[in-house]
Design a protein around this ligand. Sequence first.
Ligand SMILES: Nc1ncnc2c1ncn2[C@@H]1O[C@H](COP(=O)(O)OP(=O)(O)OP(=O)(O)O)[C@@H](O)[C@H]1O
Length: 214
Amino acid sequence: MSSELIRYKDICVDFHGSCLFSNFNLTVNKGDKLILKGRSGSGKSTLLKILLGILHVDDGEVFYRGRKISPSNIWDIRKEIAYVSQDTDIGEGIVKDLINEIFSFDHNQGRKYHRKRNSLLEYFGLDRSIVYKKFEDLSGGEKQRICIIISVLLGKEIFLLDEVTSALDLELKEKVVDFFLENENWTLLVVSHDNTWDRVAMDEVFVDGCEINA
Ligand SMILES: Nc1ncnc2c1ncn2[C@@H]1O[C@H](COP(=O)(O)OP(=O)(O)OP(=O)(O)O)[C@@H](O)[C@H]1O
């Protein structure tokens, strides 16, 4: 039985006439822990957004569990993938309410998350009282950790992590890296310039404009 989850097949992307990807290929299997590396602007975040249907290819195909991604199945695919973006501005208001709102969506309803939420807050060095603060008043590092915690609470097994440790101190960076790497079943696609991820053996994918070696 194939363990293939994601496949970028001969994808080409042009933005405003400038080539970003030309016949890029990458296969991600269940349990893979991949780190996308490359200079700023080389297209790492774009690869994640293509998988989520936020951006589109000009040519080629992207498959998820063997099915070509398309507008008709993209919402089902998104339900299976946790995406933590560089942009931590996920909303405004009391943290507890923001989390409750996410869990009120149809496909998240019924998940019991309070006990796990508290243990994750503790693991990531956040006081439980943070849930009574306004999200917009939190520091960058606090926002990053809340976004990470929400992604974990959703109970998914595929994580797209885009610069999720950039605002954290070394000790917290290591905690985040250790946390995500310890679960063998989780599939990770990580974008990071942070060398904290380098202390563990992850498979590296070099993204370099139209020249890509996977
Ligand atoms: N929607 C878009 N329309 C036009 N150009 C875009 C769009 N999204 C991204 N780009 C451009 O594509 C290039 C790649 O962007 P991307 O964010 O994927 O790079 P990156 O490798 O993740 O960079 P960084 O390491 O700085 O985060 C950049 O030049 C960016 O300006």
